[in-house]
Design a protein around this ligand. Structure first.
Ligand code: SAJ
Length: 478
């Protein structure tokens, strides 16, 4: 059903899809330009299309499961043999995907995983859900997208639909991916179909998931859009069509740039509040009572994760090509990147109150995941804080129930780090305890009681006390 132009509601579970509605009026099936579109549309609307998802991570696996639940057969493709084996054994390695969801589809013969497309028989649709990280030089690393596009090119057949989901800069789909696929001699929009649809997976979010988060879709042509909307409309509650792949690519970048910049703003507010003796947390809480025109963001030790610190720099990198400087993105990046150092200064203040220096101090970091209640340490600011502390001669240990150890690759010490068991004694033995990630599992009351001094970077310790130094607030007794 169309809510308004371009919105297509879920077509329900019947195998013969009802044509969409506009304002309650039954709409005829789309009229297509390409001679291949009608056949694919029928396969999609009857769920007989053979679908594939390349990349079975926190985006690809839930998507594959939703395609399977809608009735499609799904081939998952992932280079990681362990992932393929886990799926084919009917188990899930993604916390948000129940094992039963995988096993029921595998048992029904609607889901299987292979390490490459060779093993996949002919397909009708392929969704690409591979990482798009940043290089050390802060420019886009398109390695995974390029190799996935090459893989698709080797198996591209007339009538296939290819959708890119990986977050990327505008122009990736209709330039990079399209050019690779057209090396086959097939023409995008006529012989095969091409679209972009941004992933909106929020790991650990119990309310919003792949099925109920609206899915934005931008096709190269109207046929591409209609076919991609049909694929997603069969599996996801709401599809929102935009005019092009570039628009869809930009939607995602606006969403996450909005977030990164507002976090940068509130981090700068925290620095200001600390400097002029105001508690930024009290200010935000009061501002958040405004029922319109305000949206609370919260300061922290920096910006972690695989989305927010990275996505905006795909945009700023792209617009540099046309001589445009994305000043908000760059500035927010500087502010957010400065937060770990500010936290270390706060730790120095806290130790100083005890006549101690960072050098030689025993410091316990509570929580090193990039955000509460997840096990992911990618770009985690806690690791930046630990790096700075170690460089200043501190002896740092951490406790994080979600992160039993950090391998040498992510570890700032160049060696594996293990989470120490939590105990009141461990807390009491530290010269300073740093709350870097506010997991719900922590007992903050006990922390305040047991710790000599705490640096709280998340306003997790909801009490003021002489031994609590808070990010974004004046030091106790200041
Ligand atoms: N952070 C703050 N202050 C805030 C919010 C977050 O410092 O007010 C920090 C977090 O501690 C973390 C980093 O920013 O280190 C990123 O946090 P996040 O809440 O944005 O979590 P992510 O990285 O998992 O972002 C995802 C994104 N989802 C997608 O890209 C599909 C983002 O668009 C979502 O808005 C976000 O989840 C969410 O809302 O949870």
């Amino acid at each position: 059903m169309f809510d308004n132009v371009g919105e297509l509601h879920h077509r329900g579970s019947d195998l013969c899809s009802a044509a969409p509605y506009v304002g309650g009026q039954l709409m005829p099936a789309p009229s297509f330009i390409s001679p291949h579109a009608e056949a694919l549309f029928q396969k999609l609307s009857t769920r007989t299309a053979r679908t594939a998802v390349i990349g079975l991570g926190y985006v690809g696996l839930p998507l594959a499961v939703e395609f399977g639940n809608a009735g499609f057969s799904v081939v998952g493709i992932d280079l990681d043999q362990n992932k393929c084996e886990a799926i084919n054994a009917g188990t899930s390695y993604i916390a948000d995907v129940p094992g039963a969801s995988v096993s029921s589809l595998v048992d029904a013969g609607r889901l299987r995983a292979v390490p490459n497309l060779e093993a996949a028989d002919s397909l009708d649709t392929i969704n690409i859900c591979v990482p798009t990280p940043l290089r050390k030089t802060r420019d886009p690393d398109m390695t995974y997208v390029l190799s996935a596009a090459q893989l698709v090119k080797e198996h591209l057949q007339p009538g296939m639909l290819v959708v890119l989901e990986s977050t990327t800069y505008p122009g990736t789909t209709d330039e990079i991916v399209r050019n690779i696929l057209e090396e086959t001699g097939l023409r995008a929009g006529l012989d095969f179909f091409l679209a972009f649809s941004p992933e909106r997976v929020d790991p650990g979010n119990v309310k919003w998931n792949t099925k109920n988060v609206p899915k934005v879709v931008g096709g190269l042509t109207s046929d591409c859009s209609a076919l991609a909307a049909e694929l997603y409309g069969a599996s996801i509650d709401r599809v929102v069509q935009v005019s092009s792949p570039r628009a869809a690519e930009m939607v995602k970048l606006l969403e996450n740039t909005f977030r990164a910049i507002n976090i940068g703003l509130v981090n700068e507010m925290a620095l200001m509040c600390d400097r002029i003796g105001i508690d930024v947390w009290e200010v935000i809480e009061a501002a958040a009572t405004k029922p319109f025109g305000f949206m609370p963001f919260y300061p922290g030790p920096g910006l972690g994760g695989h989305c927010i610190p990275i996505d905006p720099f795909y945009l700023s990198w792209k617009v540099k090509e046309v001589g445009f400087e994305a000043r908000f993105i760059e500035l927010a990046g500087h502010v957010n990147a400065s937060m770990p150092r500010y936290v270390v200064d706060k730790i120095a203040d806290a130790l100083n109150e005890q006549g101690k220096s960072i050098k030689g101090a025993n410091i316990l970091v509570m929580g090193i995941a990039y955000k509460p209640n997840v096990d992911d340490v990618r770009e985690s600011p806690a690791l930046d804080v630990i790096t700075l502390l170690v460089k200043k001669g501190a002896d740092v240990i951490y406790h994080d129930p979600f992160v039993p150890h950090v391998d040498a690759e992510h570890s700032v010490l160049g060696r594996r780090m293990d989470s120490v068991p939590y105990s009141r004694e461990t807390v009491a033995a530290a010269d300073c305890v740093v709350v870097a990630t506010d997991h719900q599992a922590f007992d903050y009351v006990e922390l305040v009681q047991a710790a000599r001094v705490i640096v709280d970077t998340r306003n997790a310790v909801k009490v003021s006390a002489p031994n609590v130094f808070k990010l974004g607030a004046p030091n106790p007794g200041a």
